[in-house]
Design a protein around this ligand. Structure first.
Ligand code: ATP
Length: 354
């Protein structure tokens, strides 16, 4: 039974719909990731759940209680934004206890809760440090402790680590996820970074242009992306649209055999052709091939880290091939003719018209 139920929510501004007919649920203690490009409506959806915006239509309920018309402060939810808005003139204790003092709790109770929270975010002993005496990661953990202090029933994050460098972001993702899971607070985590969504969330809701395009666990989404956009949002490299024909699926780069009879019965249906770039290779002169070879021309080579992304123009399309250090394909240049081997197990066909 979900604790949060967002049902058919829409919200428009002067330029049209920011959120359109969105439904989503969160189970108790679940971290739901909201993933989508800039401007797709993620922040507006959070603000609707928080009660900072009123929906045009649809409803939201939490723990069986409808939130329609309920003031933000009565919802008992917490928000953590990228702009942490820590109070610079206060020390760590002052910042973490801020919300508690507003609740007029007894001094001892506040002290105990702050001590506990500083332990949870691994900042015991930092209570009297000023905000400017903290590193970026420590400030984030103070902000988290402050958000957790009033024991929110739902905690919402809006790109909280957006301004931090990659290394710090990755270590905070692991730490913050562990803390949220330990406390068991239901959370919504907004990001446009898919790696962050996968690292943080138990399930992911992919949004585009104000609507939900697909939701599920990472495994479910990878197994059966429902559109080209979803497949690309997941970071899959070779995503093409194909059509079921006889004897195979026609794609912009060639025809691929169908090994699933159920798929073969859908002549004319659209399929996603997903080709794993790690399993595609360049045929060596005189070498044996583990599948049919496609003739193409090197379009571009991008080096990142030790590996390279070799993009090859084949027929009407392009195919990415991951090249590892030491591979002779590293010596290729744009314009070279190549034979590309696509082994059958590198190709996945997902039926779209269902
Ligand atoms: P980002 O990742 O860049 O923060 P987002 O996915 O969170 O983007 P929103 O901030 O929800 O997207 O914005 C969705 C759309 O609604 C955008 O086109 C935005 O310009 C518009 N919008 C948001 N808030 C308002 C507002 N108060 N008034 C008018 N338009 C708004």
């Amino acid at each position: 039974m979900p604790i949060l139920e967002v049902s058919n929510i829409s919200k428009s501004f002067s330029d049209g719909y920011a959120v359109y007919d969105v439904s989503l649920t969160a189970e108790r203690g679940e971290i739901v990731g909201l993933l989508g490009p800039s401007g797709c409506g993620k922040t507006t959806l959070l603000r609707l759940v928080a009660g900072l915006e009123q929906p045009d239509s649809g409803s939201i309920s939490f723990d069986g209680v409808t939130l329609d018309g309920m003031a933000p402060k009565d919802r008992g939810f917490g928000l953590m934004f990228q702009d942490l808005a820590l109070f610079p003139h206060m020390d760590v204790i002052g910042n973490v206890s801020f919300g508690l003092r507003m609740q007029h709790l007894a001094k001892d109770e506040v002290r105990q809760r702050v001590d506990d929270l500083l332990g949870v975010v691994d900042l015991t002993g930092y209570g009297h440090r000023k905000v400017h005496e903290l590193s970026g990661g420590e400030r984030q953990r103070v902000a988290l402790a402050r958000s957790l202090a009033p024991k929110p029933k739902l905690l919402m994050f809006d790109e909280p680590f957006g301004s931090l460098d990659r290394g710090l972001r990755e270590s905070l993702q692991t730490e913050v996820r562990a803390i949220l899971k330990e406390i068991g607070v239901t959370s919504i985590y907004v990001t446009h970074d898919r790696d962050e969504a996968f690292a943080m969330a138990d399930s992911i809701v992919i949004m585009d242009k104000g609507s939900v395009v697909q939701a599920g666990t990472a495994q479910e989404l990878f197994k059966a992306p429902r559109s080209e956009l979803v497949a690309r949002s997941l970071g899959l490299k070779n995503v093409m649209l194909g059509t079921v024909a006889t004897p195979g699926v026609e794609s912009p780069i060639g025809v691929f055999p169908i090994d699933d009879p159920a798929l073969g019965n859908n002549v004319g249906a659209r399929v996603l052709v997903l080709i794993d770039d790690r399993q595609v290779s360049i045929k060596q002169q005189g070498g044996s091939a583990e599948g049919p070879a496609l003739e193409g021309i090197v379009d571009s080579i991008q080096f990142h880290g030790g590996e390279s992304d070799l993009v090859i123009r084949i027929g009407e399309g392009k195919l990415s091939c991951l090249v590892r250090p030491g591979d002779v394909s590293m010596a290729l240049a744009a314009g070279d003719s190549v034979s590309v081997v696509v082994p059958p197990h590198a190709v996945r066909l997902v039926l779209l018209d269902r």
